[in-house]
Design a protein around this ligand. Structure first.
Ligand code: COA
Ligand code: AMP
Length: 628
């Protein structure tokens, strides 16, 4: 065990005021905090700052304008372009001037539906500069999901680009945005569209549509807006994530606590400071992208890599190692599913052997459970420590990790490590009692939670409060797990109907709502099945209504509905049309049994089952499908 880690964790729990006031020194405040926490006002009450100024201006002011801030590496367009901090300041200032010319002001919202291009980063930082809230929507979501987010966030503007490039496919974004705005009840003032050099030319189809470059040219003479002073607790962004219903949850992130927590994590978990190169191979549409592509590396004056590509196929499974070596990445962060995809195409790690990992010192994994086999393969082939760590959109930064930069490199495959300073864990049974070591239960975190963690949901504070209602004094993470005899925490899966598909968080409950509404469906269940690459994939079981037409037609309608209403990212490819679902005598669908049947696990028929013949029938259907 590392003494530095142990000391930091103890201090954070025993003297949180002292611990977090020390950590707050890494941030440049307009009005510095006099104290750290107040239950009513949140982190750093009374203090003020601007997050964009902390990410950009301060480094230029400190004479580091020539240092690299952003490296855009896009194998799908053949582009590599680095921006220094001075260039980033200029670009962010230009976009802030564009947005200000449209009347965007502190507290307004802006929805971004944009690919992994520098303009997306400029726009996020420009919003932060103006004190406006960005809400980035992942490009894999369909128009209806975008519309739900537009209606909830009620933005003045939508920012988009002509297309996203998904491996070999180009996806035109403008028609999706137009459709979302048609579906949404909320009307935005403007859509600002960045026309990319590659891909289709997007139509400006209504007077509300503005061309990015034209607006930029028109505002070229405007002074760049100064960073707007915001209170520490003022919101920086809203990021929607899947809850257990069809309505996404808008996680609200504050400014002050977020900046402090992220800066702390860079120095103490990832070992990254000014001048280092950090790469999180995620998407800006997810929390990993918000925290570790955009804000955290820039807060500490490091260079961040914005990678527009996939782990495989862009152009080959060597793309990760090539990017790491080319840019001198010191710490790399990706999802286990990406490593499984690489391994599948290059099991002997031929590319890795040829290219190497340059100056990389550690690889962090998160987003879903990292299976021991994948960690073992990667450690063996790369020779680097591979550190599984755990967190969630709600938390915004890691809660479990080996704090490598504090000298703690203890790892056990299958565990996501130890509580990060600031977090106190417990494994609770249904009545809220801590279970004995080694026993599974609900993973809970002691309230109040550290800085950076959400303190409300947009338009839904009651929904936020529910997370603290089951176990008074604790935040219910929704995950199940256990703590072993050595203190390692193991996260084993969810206690609700959320699944992680290729590191993307999705709700099977939401998919069920979509499937249930398909014409000809009498009842249905959607469950998460194990998948060798994606970790989990959704699988639907559908009982047809009498006279519903052919099984194939119903199957196709179900797949199409989920893809068009939720989005391609849902990856629902299998729907079994069956005569009955396994149910208890009281009518509850036995989803666990379905999961076991699909996974080919032993599935003893529960005594409460209504019709004991159903499981065998379903098993036969699943096996017949697998043989096709
Ligand atoms: N815009 C539009 N469509 C998107 C999209 C985006 N930003 N991202 C994904 N999609 C689409 C894909 O094209 C695919 O469509 P298809 O069904 O027509 O092929 C579908 O959504 C599913 O995508 P994905 O889950 O990414 O599967 P994949 O087979 O294309 O790739 C992996 C598999 C493992 C290579 C890929 O999922 C991956 O890189 N995962 C890592 C995820 C990650 O980093 N998550 C962040 C957590 S830290
Ligand atoms: P998201 O909010 O999209 O980051 O998803 C968070 C959820 O992903 C968590 O609640 C877990 O269920 C899962 N998750 C993330 N990281 C890990 C990990 N390292 N091990 C196990 N599960 C993880």
């Amino acid at each position: 065990m590392s003494e530095a880690y142990e000391q930091a964790w103890r201090d954070s729990i025993d003297q949180p005021e002292h611990f977090w006031s020390q950590a707050a020194r890494s941030v440049e405040w307009i009005s510095p905090p006099a104290r750290c926490f107040d239950e009513a006002q949140g982190w750093y009450p009374g203090a003020s700052l601007n997050t964009c100024a902390n990410c950009v201006d301060r480094h230029v002011a400190a004479g580091r304008g020539d240092a690299t801030a952003l490296i855009y590496d896009s194998p799908v367009t053949g582009t590599v372009r680095a921006y220094s901090y001075a260039e980033l300041l200029d670009e962010v200032g230009r976009v802030a001037a564009m947005l200000a010319s449209l009347g965007l002001a502190k507290g307004d919202r802006v929805v971004l539906y944009m690919p992994m291009i520098p303009q997306t980063v400029f726009a996020m930082l420009a919003c932060a500069r103006l004190g406006a809230l960005h809400s980035v929507v992942f490009g894999g979501f369909a128009p209806l999901e975008l519309a739900k987010r537009i209606d909830d966030a009620a933005p003045r503007l939508v920012l988009t680009a002509s297309c996203g490039i998904e491996g070999a496919r180009t996806i035109a974004y403008k028609p999706l945005v137009d459709e979302a705005l048609r579906l949404a009840a909320h009307a935005v003032d403007h859509v600002v569209l960045h026309q990319r050099d590659t891909g289709p030319v997007a139509e400006l189809s209504s007077p509300r549509d503005l061309d990015w470059d034209t607006l930029r040219a028109a505002t070229a003479g405007d002074p760049a807006p100064a960073p707007v002073e915001v209170a520490s607790a003022d919101p920086l962004y809203v990021l929607y994530t899947s809850g257990t219903t069809g309505t996404p949850k808008g996680v609200v992130r504050d400014n002050g606590g977020h900046a402090v927590a992220l800066a702390w994590s860079m120095a103490n978990i990832y070992g990254i400071g000014a001048g280092d190169v950090f790469w999180a191979a995620s998407d800006v549409g997810w929390v990993v992208g918000h925290s570790y592509i955009v804000y955290a590396p820039l807060l500490v004056g490091a260079a961040t890599v914005l990678f527009e590509g996939k782990p495989v196929g862009t152009p080959d499974p060597g793309t990760f190692w090539r990017t790491i070596a080319r840019h001198g990445v010191k710490t790399f962060f990706t999802a286990p599913t990406a490593i499984r995809a690489v391994r599948k195409e290059d099991p002997e790690a031929t590319f890795l052997n040829q290219i190497g990992t340059g100056q990389c010192q550690a690889i962090f994994l998160a987003g879903e459970r990292a299976d021991p086999d994948t960690i073992g393969w990667l450690e063996d082939k790369s020779g680097l420590p591979v550190i599984d760590h755990w967190w969630q959109t709600e938390l915004g930064w890691p809660a479990l990790a080996s704090c490598a930069a504090l000298g703690d490199l203890r790892r056990k495959r299958g565990s996501a490590g130890f509580p990060v300073p600031g977090y106190e864990f417990a494994i609770l049974d249904e009545s809220g009692h801590q279970v004995p070591t080694g026993q599974s239960g609900a993973v809970a975190l002691r309230s109040p939670l550290p800085p950076g963690v959400f303190r409300t949901l947009w338009n839904n504070h009651a929904g936020y409060a529910k997370n603290f209602a089951t176990f008074p004094g604790w935040y219910e993470t929704g995950d199940a797990g256990f703590i072993d005899e050595d203190g390692f925490v193991h996260i084993m899966g969810r206690t609700d109907d959320i699944i992680n598909v290729a590191g993307h968080r999705l709700s099977t409950g939401q998919m069920e709502q979509i499937v249930a509404a398909v014409d000809g469906v009498a009842e249905c269940a959607v469950i998460g099945a194990d998948d060798a690459i994606k970790g989990m994939i959704p699988v639907a079981f559908v009982v047809p209504r009498a006279g519903a037409g052919s099984e194939q037609a119903l199957h196709d309608a179900v797949i199409k509905a989920v893809r068009s209403e939720l989005g391609a990212v849902a990856a629902l490819k299998t729907a079994y049309v069956v005569p009955a679902l396994p149910k208890t005598r009281s009518g509850k669908t036995l989803r666990n049994l379905l999961r076991k049947i699909v996974n080919g696990e032993d599935a003893p028929t529960p005594p409460t089952i209504d019709d004991p013949a159903v499981p065998a029938m379903l098993l036969a259907r699943v096996r017949a499908h697998e043989e096709v």
